[in-house]
Design a protein around this ligand. Structure first.
Ligand code: PBG
Length: 312
Protein backbone atom coordinates (compact mmCIF):
# COMPACT_ATOMS: atom_id res chain seq x y z
CA UNK A 1 0.00 0.00 0.00
CA UNK A 2 2.88 2.35 0.79
CA UNK A 3 4.23 1.97 -2.72
CA UNK A 4 0.81 2.73 -4.23
CA UNK A 5 0.51 6.01 -2.41
CA UNK A 6 4.14 7.12 -2.54
CA UNK A 7 4.38 10.62 -4.00
CA UNK A 8 8.11 10.75 -4.76
CA UNK A 9 10.15 8.07 -6.50
CA UNK A 10 13.88 7.43 -6.43
CA UNK A 11 15.29 5.60 -9.43
CA UNK A 12 18.84 4.77 -10.53
CA UNK A 13 17.91 6.26 -13.97
CA UNK A 14 17.63 9.69 -12.40
CA UNK A 15 21.06 9.61 -10.73
CA UNK A 16 24.28 11.00 -12.16
CA UNK A 17 27.68 9.82 -10.91
CA UNK A 18 30.64 12.27 -10.93
CA UNK A 19 34.05 10.99 -12.07
CA UNK A 20 37.44 12.68 -11.52
CA UNK A 21 39.75 11.74 -14.35
CA UNK A 22 43.52 12.18 -14.11
CA UNK A 23 46.67 11.29 -16.06
CA UNK A 24 48.39 7.93 -15.69
CA UNK A 25 47.48 4.28 -15.98
CA UNK A 26 46.00 1.83 -13.52
CA UNK A 27 45.63 4.73 -11.14
CA UNK A 28 42.91 4.81 -8.48
CA UNK A 29 43.71 7.32 -5.74
CA UNK A 30 41.15 7.64 -2.96
CA UNK A 31 40.23 11.17 -1.89
CA UNK A 32 40.83 11.22 1.85
CA UNK A 33 37.84 13.42 2.66
CA UNK A 34 35.51 11.41 0.39
CA UNK A 35 35.52 7.69 1.24
CA UNK A 36 34.88 5.54 -1.83
CA UNK A 37 35.57 8.38 -4.31
CA UNK A 38 38.74 8.28 -6.41
CA UNK A 39 40.92 10.15 -8.84
CA UNK A 40 40.94 7.75 -11.78
CA UNK A 41 43.18 7.34 -14.79
CA UNK A 42 41.21 6.92 -18.02
CA UNK A 43 41.46 3.10 -18.05
CA UNK A 44 40.10 2.97 -14.49
CA UNK A 45 37.37 5.49 -15.32
CA UNK A 46 36.21 3.16 -18.10
CA UNK A 47 35.67 0.42 -15.50
CA UNK A 48 33.53 2.80 -13.48
CA UNK A 49 31.48 3.61 -16.57
CA UNK A 50 30.77 -0.10 -17.03
CA UNK A 51 29.73 -0.46 -13.39
CA UNK A 52 27.43 2.57 -13.67
CA UNK A 53 25.83 1.22 -16.84
CA UNK A 54 25.29 -2.20 -15.24
CA UNK A 55 23.62 -0.54 -12.25
CA UNK A 56 21.20 1.34 -14.52
CA UNK A 57 22.49 4.76 -13.50
CA UNK A 58 21.34 7.62 -15.76
CA UNK A 59 24.64 9.30 -16.50
CA UNK A 60 28.09 10.42 -15.51
CA UNK A 61 29.56 13.88 -14.95
CA UNK A 62 33.22 14.33 -15.82
CA UNK A 63 35.83 16.49 -14.10
CA UNK A 64 39.47 16.62 -15.14
CA UNK A 65 42.70 16.85 -13.19
CA UNK A 66 45.35 17.92 -15.72
CA UNK A 67 49.05 17.13 -15.36
CA UNK A 68 49.86 20.81 -15.71
CA UNK A 69 48.05 24.01 -14.91
CA UNK A 70 48.61 27.52 -16.25
CA UNK A 71 47.25 31.06 -15.81
CA UNK A 72 44.64 30.65 -18.57
CA UNK A 73 43.58 27.10 -17.77
CA UNK A 74 44.40 26.00 -21.32
CA UNK A 75 43.88 22.34 -20.41
CA UNK A 76 40.15 23.06 -20.30
CA UNK A 77 39.86 23.52 -24.07
CA UNK A 78 42.84 21.50 -25.37
CA UNK A 79 41.63 18.93 -27.92
CA UNK A 80 43.89 16.40 -26.18
CA UNK A 81 42.91 17.60 -22.69
CA UNK A 82 42.32 14.99 -20.03
CA UNK A 83 38.52 15.12 -20.18
CA UNK A 84 38.50 15.30 -23.98
CA UNK A 85 40.54 12.08 -24.13
CA UNK A 86 38.38 10.45 -21.47
CA UNK A 87 35.25 11.37 -23.43
CA UNK A 88 36.54 9.77 -26.61
CA UNK A 89 37.44 6.59 -24.74
CA UNK A 90 34.10 6.47 -22.92
CA UNK A 91 32.05 7.06 -26.06
CA UNK A 92 33.88 4.17 -27.76
CA UNK A 93 32.68 1.85 -24.99
CA UNK A 94 29.45 -0.06 -25.79
CA UNK A 95 28.39 0.27 -22.13
CA UNK A 96 28.29 4.06 -22.45
CA UNK A 97 25.27 3.86 -24.80
CA UNK A 98 22.90 3.67 -21.85
CA UNK A 99 24.51 6.60 -20.02
CA UNK A 100 24.31 10.29 -20.71
CA UNK A 101 27.81 11.75 -20.62
CA UNK A 102 27.99 15.23 -19.13
CA UNK A 103 31.12 17.37 -19.12
CA UNK A 104 31.57 20.01 -16.44
CA UNK A 105 32.76 23.29 -17.96
CA UNK A 106 34.98 25.40 -15.74
CA UNK A 107 38.55 26.66 -15.59
CA UNK A 108 39.29 26.12 -11.88
CA UNK A 109 40.77 22.63 -12.24
CA UNK A 110 43.06 23.93 -14.99
CA UNK A 111 44.24 27.32 -13.73
CA UNK A 112 47.39 27.64 -11.62
CA UNK A 113 45.56 30.09 -9.32
CA UNK A 114 42.50 27.86 -8.94
CA UNK A 115 39.89 30.48 -9.91
CA UNK A 116 37.06 29.67 -12.29
CA UNK A 117 38.07 32.44 -14.70
CA UNK A 118 41.01 34.62 -15.73
CA UNK A 119 42.60 36.71 -13.01
CA UNK A 120 43.88 40.26 -13.43
CA UNK A 121 46.30 41.25 -10.67
CA UNK A 122 47.30 44.69 -9.53
CA UNK A 123 49.60 44.40 -6.52
CA UNK A 124 47.49 43.16 -3.59
CA UNK A 125 44.27 43.59 -5.55
CA UNK A 126 42.97 40.92 -7.88
CA UNK A 127 39.91 40.55 -9.98
CA UNK A 128 38.37 37.61 -11.83
CA UNK A 129 37.67 39.05 -15.27
CA UNK A 130 34.22 38.13 -16.46
CA UNK A 131 34.24 38.78 -20.19
CA UNK A 132 37.64 37.40 -21.14
CA UNK A 133 36.82 34.29 -19.09
CA UNK A 134 33.55 33.79 -20.95
CA UNK A 135 35.37 33.54 -24.27
CA UNK A 136 37.61 30.76 -22.92
CA UNK A 137 34.73 28.91 -21.29
CA UNK A 138 32.83 28.95 -24.59
CA UNK A 139 35.89 27.46 -26.29
CA UNK A 140 36.04 24.75 -23.62
CA UNK A 141 32.36 23.89 -24.09
CA UNK A 142 32.79 23.52 -27.87
CA UNK A 143 35.90 21.39 -27.40
CA UNK A 144 34.15 19.07 -24.91
CA UNK A 145 31.15 18.68 -27.20
CA UNK A 146 33.46 17.90 -30.13
CA UNK A 147 35.12 15.20 -28.00
CA UNK A 148 31.74 13.56 -27.41
CA UNK A 149 29.99 15.15 -24.42
CA UNK A 150 26.23 14.66 -24.73
CA UNK A 151 25.63 17.66 -22.46
CA UNK A 152 27.87 20.50 -21.31
CA UNK A 153 27.43 21.80 -17.76
CA UNK A 154 28.99 25.20 -17.03
CA UNK A 155 29.77 25.62 -13.31
CA UNK A 156 31.91 28.76 -13.52
CA UNK A 157 29.19 31.36 -12.73
CA UNK A 158 30.50 34.08 -15.06
CA UNK A 159 27.76 36.32 -16.50
CA UNK A 160 26.84 35.86 -20.13
CA UNK A 161 28.46 32.47 -20.52
CA UNK A 162 25.34 30.61 -21.60
CA UNK A 163 24.78 32.80 -24.67
CA UNK A 164 28.49 32.62 -25.55
CA UNK A 165 28.51 28.83 -25.19
CA UNK A 166 25.37 28.47 -27.28
CA UNK A 167 26.93 30.37 -30.16
CA UNK A 168 30.27 28.55 -29.82
CA UNK A 169 28.46 25.18 -29.84
CA UNK A 170 26.33 26.15 -32.83
CA UNK A 171 29.37 27.44 -34.72
CA UNK A 172 31.03 24.07 -34.11
CA UNK A 173 28.00 22.25 -35.55
CA UNK A 174 26.86 21.13 -32.10
CA UNK A 175 23.32 22.52 -32.39
CA UNK A 176 21.96 19.49 -30.59
CA UNK A 177 24.21 19.63 -27.55
CA UNK A 178 22.17 20.94 -24.62
CA UNK A 179 23.50 23.25 -21.92
CA UNK A 180 22.87 22.20 -18.32
CA UNK A 181 23.48 25.40 -16.40
CA UNK A 182 24.54 25.63 -12.79
CA UNK A 183 22.50 28.83 -12.94
CA UNK A 184 22.48 29.80 -9.28
CA UNK A 185 25.51 28.17 -7.77
CA UNK A 186 26.09 29.35 -4.22
CA UNK A 187 29.49 30.16 -2.70
CA UNK A 188 29.48 27.23 -0.28
CA UNK A 189 31.66 25.68 2.40
CA UNK A 190 30.27 22.35 1.23
CA UNK A 191 32.56 22.30 -1.85
CA UNK A 192 35.61 21.80 0.40
CA UNK A 193 36.22 18.08 -0.21
CA UNK A 194 35.70 18.53 -3.99
CA UNK A 195 38.58 20.98 -4.05
CA UNK A 196 40.78 18.22 -2.58
CA UNK A 197 39.47 15.82 -5.20
CA UNK A 198 39.94 18.20 -8.13
CA UNK A 199 42.92 20.07 -6.69
CA UNK A 200 41.09 23.31 -7.42
CA UNK A 201 41.17 25.40 -4.24
CA UNK A 202 41.78 29.09 -5.06
CA UNK A 203 45.36 30.05 -4.18
CA UNK A 204 44.24 33.51 -3.01
CA UNK A 205 40.90 35.18 -2.34
CA UNK A 206 37.67 33.22 -2.63
CA UNK A 207 34.83 32.67 -5.11
CA UNK A 208 32.36 35.15 -3.64
CA UNK A 209 32.74 37.66 -6.47
CA UNK A 210 31.22 35.20 -8.92
CA UNK A 211 29.33 32.60 -6.88
CA UNK A 212 26.07 33.51 -5.14
CA UNK A 213 25.50 34.69 -1.58
CA UNK A 214 23.74 31.91 0.33
CA UNK A 215 21.40 34.48 1.86
CA UNK A 216 19.74 35.38 -1.45
CA UNK A 217 16.88 33.34 -2.82
CA UNK A 218 15.35 36.08 -4.99
CA UNK A 219 18.72 36.83 -6.57
CA UNK A 220 19.05 33.11 -7.34
CA UNK A 221 15.78 33.29 -9.27
CA UNK A 222 17.08 36.28 -11.27
CA UNK A 223 20.26 34.37 -12.11
CA UNK A 224 18.17 31.46 -13.38
CA UNK A 225 15.93 33.76 -15.45
CA UNK A 226 19.02 35.25 -17.07
CA UNK A 227 20.42 31.85 -18.01
CA UNK A 228 17.10 30.71 -19.45
CA UNK A 229 16.91 33.90 -21.52
CA UNK A 230 20.41 33.17 -22.83
CA UNK A 231 19.45 29.66 -23.91
CA UNK A 232 19.99 27.26 -21.01
CA UNK A 233 18.23 23.95 -21.70
CA UNK A 234 18.31 22.51 -18.18
CA UNK A 235 19.17 23.72 -14.70
CA UNK A 236 21.42 22.27 -12.05
CA UNK A 237 20.84 23.51 -8.52
CA UNK A 238 23.76 23.43 -6.13
CA UNK A 239 24.39 22.62 -3.29
CA UNK A 240 21.28 20.53 -2.56
CA UNK A 241 20.44 19.80 1.08
CA UNK A 242 21.26 23.22 2.57
CA UNK A 243 19.28 24.84 -0.31
CA UNK A 244 16.15 22.69 -0.63
CA UNK A 245 13.97 25.80 -0.41
CA UNK A 246 15.77 27.28 -3.41
CA UNK A 247 15.20 24.08 -5.38
CA UNK A 248 11.50 24.14 -4.50
CA UNK A 249 11.15 27.80 -5.49
CA UNK A 250 12.91 27.16 -8.81
CA UNK A 251 10.67 24.17 -9.48
CA UNK A 252 7.57 26.29 -8.87
CA UNK A 253 8.74 29.10 -11.11
CA UNK A 254 10.47 27.40 -14.05
CA UNK A 255 9.42 24.57 -16.34
CA UNK A 256 12.87 23.54 -17.53
CA UNK A 257 14.21 20.10 -16.61
CA UNK A 258 16.06 20.57 -13.36
CA UNK A 259 18.65 18.56 -11.48
CA UNK A 260 20.34 19.13 -8.14
CA UNK A 261 23.92 18.42 -7.11
CA UNK A 262 24.39 16.75 -3.73
CA UNK A 263 27.89 18.16 -3.37
CA UNK A 264 31.06 16.75 -1.86
CA UNK A 265 30.56 18.20 1.62
CA UNK A 266 27.06 16.75 1.86
CA UNK A 267 28.52 13.35 1.01
CA UNK A 268 31.49 13.72 3.37
CA UNK A 269 29.47 14.77 6.38
CA UNK A 270 27.15 11.81 6.00
CA UNK A 271 30.14 9.49 5.65
CA UNK A 272 31.77 10.97 8.73
CA UNK A 273 28.63 10.08 10.68
CA UNK A 274 28.50 6.59 9.11
CA UNK A 275 32.10 5.94 10.18
CA UNK A 276 31.24 6.81 13.77
CA UNK A 277 28.16 4.65 13.69
CA UNK A 278 26.05 7.74 14.34
CA UNK A 279 23.72 7.31 11.36
CA UNK A 280 22.34 4.26 9.56
CA UNK A 281 24.10 4.49 6.18
CA UNK A 282 21.48 3.18 3.79
CA UNK A 283 18.50 4.88 5.38
CA UNK A 284 20.26 8.23 5.77
CA UNK A 285 21.59 8.12 2.21
CA UNK A 286 18.20 7.34 0.66
CA UNK A 287 16.43 9.88 2.85
CA UNK A 288 18.87 12.59 1.79
CA UNK A 289 18.24 11.76 -1.88
CA UNK A 290 14.49 11.56 -1.42
CA UNK A 291 14.45 15.02 0.17
CA UNK A 292 16.13 16.46 -2.92
CA UNK A 293 13.64 14.80 -5.26
CA UNK A 294 10.74 15.92 -3.08
CA UNK A 295 12.03 19.50 -3.20
CA UNK A 296 11.53 19.29 -6.97
CA UNK A 297 14.71 18.02 -8.63
CA UNK A 298 14.12 15.69 -11.58
CA UNK A 299 17.56 14.17 -11.29
CA UNK A 300 20.41 14.19 -8.78
CA UNK A 301 24.15 14.37 -9.24
CA UNK A 302 25.52 12.40 -6.30
CA UNK A 303 28.62 10.57 -5.14
CA UNK A 304 26.14 8.05 -3.68
CA UNK A 305 24.83 7.13 -7.15
CA UNK A 306 26.34 3.62 -7.19
CA UNK A 307 25.44 2.83 -3.56
CA UNK A 308 21.93 4.18 -4.01
CA UNK A 309 21.41 2.25 -7.25
CA UNK A 310 22.45 -0.94 -5.46
CA UNK A 311 20.13 -0.22 -2.54
CA UNK A 312 17.23 0.55 -4.88
C1 PBG B 1 33.96 23.86 -10.34
C2 PBG B 1 33.06 23.03 -9.52
C3 PBG B 1 33.00 22.91 -8.12
C4 PBG B 1 32.08 21.91 -7.85
C5 PBG B 1 31.57 21.49 -9.07
N1 PBG B 1 32.17 22.21 -10.09
C6 PBG B 1 33.81 23.51 -7.06
C7 PBG B 1 33.82 24.94 -6.78
O1 PBG B 1 33.04 25.74 -7.28
O2 PBG B 1 34.72 25.29 -6.02
C8 PBG B 1 31.73 21.38 -6.48
C9 PBG B 1 31.21 19.99 -6.46
C10 PBG B 1 31.26 19.34 -5.15
O3 PBG B 1 31.56 19.96 -4.12
O4 PBG B 1 30.98 18.14 -5.12
N2 PBG B 1 33.68 25.19 -10.41
Amino acid sequence: MRSLVRETQLQPRALIYPLFVCEGEGLRREISSMPGVYNLSIDEALKEVEVCAALGIGGILLFGIPAEKDEQGSGAWASDGIVQRALRAIKALPASKSLVTIADVCLCEYTSHGHCGLVARDGEHFEVENDSSVALLAKAAASLAAAGADIVAPSDMMDGRIAAMRSALDAAGKHNTPILSYASKFASAFYGPFRDAADSAPQFGDRRTYQMDGANLREAMREIEQDIAEGADMLLMKPAMPYLDVIREARNRFDLPMGAYQVSGEYSMLHAAFQRGWLEPERAMLESLLSIRRAGADFIVTYFAKDAAKAL
